[in-house]
Write a protein that binds this ligand. Structure first.
Ligand SMILES: O=c1ccn([C@H]2C[C@H](O)[C@@H](COP(=O)(O)OP(=O)(O)OP(=O)(O)O)O2)c(=O)[nH]1
Ligand SMILES: [Mg+2]
Length: 161
């Protein structure tokens, strides 16, 4: 049973959603619980032609949506943990980055890491998108980086336990 879509009391920035013709009839993404971080994205594949992803293969899945994300924000396309756990299905480039100036269709790059064929059907919730602030920095070339206690230690330099 699907639970009701919640309308959060949190008022955030507004993101524009434009539905493309092949997305007609699909529900717009929505927060599925009051405190959800992401909105689920649905597959805008033809009703009569599910997209079959074979084990080890990947597919770019259309969502039927063009977004208008405010400047200073991005959309992060992330896997749904249920699909990853049950079927080994994940987002290959996770988190996918949707730039605020992108006006093409948002697509989800799914990869099947499971051992069975996975059929993506129309309207299936295949991934989620999280909107987040972005900071663009100014590049300042320097001759040397200032010293720190860590220095160049990394990749396990502080131990494993
Ligand atoms: O999961 C994703 C990732 C990206 N995009 C779209 C929106 C993003 O703004 C654009 C470019 O993404 P990215 O910068 O990750 O790809 P690129 O390989 O660097 O392509 P480009 O040269 O177009 O930036 O592709 C998606 O629809 N879904
Ligand atoms: Mg890029």
């Amino acid at each position: 049973m699907r639970t009701a879509v919640h309308s959060s009391s949190v008022i955030g920035p507004t993101v524009g959603f434009v539905r493309l013709p092949h997305g007609e009839g699909l529900p717009l993404p929505a927060y599925e619980s009051a405190g959800a971080a992401g909105m689920d994205l649905r597959a805008a594949v033809p009703e009569d032609r599910p997209l079959l992803i074979l084990p080890g293969k990947r597919a770019l899945v259309p969502t039927g949506l063009v977004l208008e994300i405010p400047e200073g924000m991005e959309g992060q396309v992330r896997p749904r943990s249920g699909l990853a756990f049950k079927h080994g299905l994940t987002v290959l480039n996770s988190p996918g980055t949707v730039d605020s100036d992108y006006r093409g269709e948002v697509k989800v790059l799914l990869v099947n890491l499971g051992d069975e064929d996975f059929p993506v059907t129309r309207g299936m919730r295949i991934a989620q998108i999280v909107f987040a602030p972005v900071t663009q920095v100014t590049v300042e070339e320097r001759a040397l980086a200032g010293g720190t206690t860590r220095g160049a230690g990394g990749f396990g330099s502080t131990g494993t336990a």
